[in-house]
Design a binder for this molecule. Structure first.
Ligand code: NAD
Length: 509
């Protein structure tokens, strides 16, 4: 056999580029692999932008800004209405791309897209949202008002776990406010964001208003350094969020950076345990635990609630189907990458070594015909203590930790002492306990008998403590404040016949 015959070439896979100035732009230099997590195979390559590629997007966004800023909000809304309709028409295509690169089950992808579409619907009301504030007769013959002007070029940097929804937390509202936008999606699942950009363009968005630049940390550093980019919305893990906030703010940008989480569900002795466990199953194992609102700790108040909860969870886990997300029969798909799988397995080992009771071990799972996929079965730890790394760290996998406590106060002390404060919930029939909990818990999004209290589009989404760096949440009314700059105008039209003397005291009304 000749050396040429023995050489096995890698099968050719498509390379995804960028979407800049209304057009697809091919990768120029660096690329990275995109995997199909269900098979473990490289399915595509994606461009990793260097300075020259990012520059094209900045120039496009800068050029588009003056006209877009002056476009009446109702005209912007008309494009958003068409975008919403195209998103609905192409929902299945978008969700297939999400499942192929993220791994989540197709129904879950539809859920994610649906939440994104709700933000577009909210953005369709931009004329109402941007009306401003007016004070007639602020002084003699004086009227005063505040208007909310766009910032200019805004960048969004997004994580892998919601490749459609999290970008849609940002760009529809930023663009509705009159900004132009550069999205740097996750390099793990870039196809859905590229399709979103094409659909927005098809809806009539002018060239350069929405650009997608694929890339990695190098691209992010370039974004943070560029003085032409006025603001950055970031969603990802806490160490990166913190560093983005620091670097971006030091460079004079407005920054909101949402980070990681460790969300606790408190199960009170009077809770309807069966329904609480149904809710916990979806919140802990849905999307393979790769949600920033996933419940990863169940705090059971009293031994009886703990024993019932653990045994009901064990029973339900036996019926949970794990397999490729494309098969609608499955409840849970694979983790996103081989590294993510290894990281979660390492945590499980640490939990066992630390003395937690691994009641259900998902590590032995084999998915027929998908042996190289990044699958892990659901895992359940009981008797977890706050000192353990499986309690302290965000694992971001299908691992639920049960902590046993004796009172609501003890449960709340745990939640409040944790470094993260993204989401939490309480299961109870006791209104007084629920009210006390929601009033005093130091977490940004709270559920009462709701395991995933993700705010609707007209509220805003964000956590407390090390789950959010910055002052404003994403989407909802906070987004209008984040993506605009207030300008207050004081205007006087005195009677032309009156001659006025100079006044040296500070003007008061
Ligand atoms: P990640 O922090 O690894 O990546 C997020 C983004 O930052 C990606 O676009 C990535 O390319 C970029 N990035 C990665 N490393 C970087 C670096 N060193 N410097 C600059 N940029 C870098 O996060 P992920 O693994 O994609 O997503 C999972 C994380 O996101 C979890 O921690 C999850 O809790 C969090 N998340 C939080 C929310 C929220 O609303 N709080 C929502 C979704 C996900």
């Amino acid at each position: 056999m000749s050396s040429i015959e023995s050489f096995e070439a890698e099968p050719a896979v498509p390379t995804l580029g960028h979407f800049i100035n209304g057009d697809e732009v091919p990768a120029a230099n660096r690329t990275g692999a995109v995997f199909n997590p269900a098979t473990g195979e490289v399915s595509k390559q994606v461009a990793l932008a260097d300075a020259a590629e990012l520059e094209q997007a900045i120039i496009a966004a800068q050029t588009a800004f003056p006209a877009w800023r002056q476009t009446p909000p109702q005209k912007r809304a008309q494009i958003l209405f068409r975008f919403k309709s195209l998103l609905e028409q192409h929902a299945e295509d978008i969700c297939q791309l999400i499942t192929a690169e993220h791994g989540k089950v197709i129904d879950d992808a539809h859920g994610e897209l649906g939440r994104g579409i709700e933000i577009v619907e909210y953005a369709c009301g931009i004329s109402e949202l941007l009306k401003g504030e007016f004070s007639k007769n602020a002084g003699p013959e004086i009227d005063s008002w505040s208007e909310f002007q766009p910032l200019g070029i805004v960048a969004g940097i997004t994580p892998f776990n919601f490749p459609a929804m999290v970008p849609m937390w940002m760009f529809p509202l930023a663009i509705a406010c009159g900004n132009t936008f550069i999205l740097k999606p996750s390099e793990r699942d870039p196809s859905a964001p590229l399709l979103l950009a094409k659909l927005f363009q098809e809806a009539g968005l002018p060239d350069g208003v929405f650009n997608v630049v694929n890339g990695d940390r190098e691209t992010v550093d370039l974004i943070l350094q560029d003085s032409r980019i006025a603001a950055v919305s970031f969603v990802g893990s806490t160490p990166i969020a913190e560093s983005i906030y620091q670097k971006g703010s030091a460079n004079g940008k407005r920054v909101q950076a949402l980070g990681g989480a460790k969300n606790h569900a408190v199960i009170m002795p009077d809770a309807d345990i069966d329904n609480a466990v149904s809710a916990l199953m979806g919140a802990a194992y849905g999307s393979c635990g790769e949600r920033c609102m996933a419940i990863s700790v169940a705090v059971c108040v009293g031994e009886e609630a703990a024993t019932k909860t653990v045994s009901a969870l064990q029973e339900r886990i036996e019926g949970l189907k794990v397999g490729p997300g494309i098969d609608a029969e499955n409840d849970m798909g694979p983790l996103v990458t081989a590294e993510a799988l290894q990281r979660v397995k390492d945590y499980i080992e640490e939990g066992v070594t630390a003395g937690a009771d691994l009641v259900v071990d998902g590590r032995g799972l084999a998915v027929p015909e998908h042996e190289s996929g990044f699958f892990l079965g659901p895992c359940l730890f009981d008797h977890v203590t706050p000192q353990m790394s499986i309690y302290q760290d965000e694992i971001f996998g299908p691992v639920l930790c049960v902590v046993r406590v004796q009172s609501l106060n003890e449960a709340m002390a745990l939640v409040n002492q944790h470094e993260y404060g993204n989401g939490t919930c309480i299961f109870t029939r006791d209104g007084e306990a629920a009210r006390f909990f929601s009033d005093h818990v130091t977490v940004g999004m709270v559920g009462v008998n709701v395991a995933l209290p993700v705010p609707i589009a007209s509220q805003s989404f964000g956590g407390w403590k090390r789950s959010l760096f910055g002052d404003l949440y994403v989407y909802g009314p906070d987004a209008i404040r984040f993506y605009t700059r207030r300008k207050t105008i004081t205007q006087r039209w005195p009677a032309s016949s009156v001659t006025e003397d100079a006044k040296y005291s500070f003007p008061s009304s």
